[in-house]
Design a protein around this ligand. Structure first.
Ligand code: ADP
Ligand code: 5GP
Length: 185
C-alpha cells in the first residue's frame, strides 16, 4: 500500500489555521488531523483527546524522555508536541496526516522529514491578526500580546516553507489550500 503523506501547516496564532483545518476536514475526511499534547489549560469548550491531550509538565517531560513525541516546542509559556505513534500508524496505513503546529515544530519536521509537504498560513496584515486574536475572545490580554510579538518573527519565516497561503477571504484560502494539497506533484 502507498504510504500516506505528512503535511505540516504552520503560521502565527490567530491566523485561522484551526478554522481552515476544520473546513478542510469536513470536505476531505480522508485526511487525519494529529491531536497534539499540551501543557496549556483547556479553553472553554475544548475536549480532552479531541482538541488536545491536556497533560501536566511532568507527563510532557516523560513523553519527551521516552521518545514519544515526533516534535515538540514551547510556545508562549506552554509546551506542545505531536504524539509519534498515531502519526506513524496512519502514514503506514496509507492515510495522510495533517499537523497544525507552530514554527519551531514545523522546522523540526522539515529537517527530520524533508519529504513532508509544508504550508505557511499568512495573515493579510498584523492588524487583522490582532483583530482575529481579540475576536476569538479566548486569550488573556497578556497571552494576546505575547502571541503578537511572536507572530512578527514567525511571519519572517514564511519563505522557508513549500507554499504560502494568505488567509484573507476564508473560501479563497480554502480553495488555494486544496489546490496545494491535491494538485499533481
Ligand atoms: P489559529 O488556529 O491559527 O490560532 P483560529 O482558527 O482560532 O486561528 O482563528 C482565529 C480567529 O480568526 C477565529 O475567531 C476565526 O473565526 C477567525 N478567522 C479565521 N479565518 C478568518 C478569515 N479568513 N477571515 C476572518 N476571520 C477569520
Ligand atoms: P493554541 O494554544 O492557540 O491552541 O496553540 C498555540 C500554538 O501552538 C499554535 O500556533 C498551534 O499551531 C501550536 N501547536 C499546537 N499543537 C502543536 C504541536 O503539537 N507542536 C507544536 N510545535 N506546536 C503546536
Amino acid at each position: 500500500m502507498k504510504k500516506g503523506r505528512l503535511i505540516v501547516m504552520t503560521g502565527p496564532s490567530g491566523v485561522g489555521k484551526g478554522t481552515l483545518v476544520r473546513s478542510l476536514l469536513k470536505d476531505h475526511p480522508e485526511l487525519h488531523l494529529s491531536v497534539s499534547v499540551t501543557t496549556r489549560s483547556p479553553r472553554p469548550g475544548e475536549i480532552n483527546g479531541q482538541d488536545y491531550y491536556f497533560v501536566d509538565h511532568l507527563c510532557f517531560q516523560n513523553m519527551i524522555e521516552r521518545g514519544e513525541l515526533l516534535e515538540w516546542a514551547e510556545f508562549t509559556g506552554n509546551c506542545y508536541g505531536t504524539p509519534l505513534i498515531a502519526v506513524k500508524e496512519k502514514i503506514e496505513a496509507g492515510i495522510s496526516v495533517l499537523l497544525e503546529i507552530e514554527l519551531e515544530g514545523a522546522r523540526q519536521i522539515r529537517s527530520t522529514f524533508p519529504s513532508a509537504l509544508s504550508i505557511f498560513i499568512m495573515p493579510p496584515s498584523i492588524d487583522e491578526l490582532e483583530r482575529r486574536l481579540r475576536g476569538r475572545g479566548q486569550d488573556s490580554e497578556d497571552a494576546i500580546r505575547r502571541r503578537l510579538m511572536r507572530a512578527r518573527a514567525e511571519m519572517d519565516a514564511a519563505s522557508e516553507f513549500d507554499f504560502e497561503v494568505i488567509n484573507d477571504d476564508l473560501d479563497f484560502a480554502l480553495r488555494r489550500l486544496e489546490s496545494v494539497l491535491y494538485s499533481p506533484v
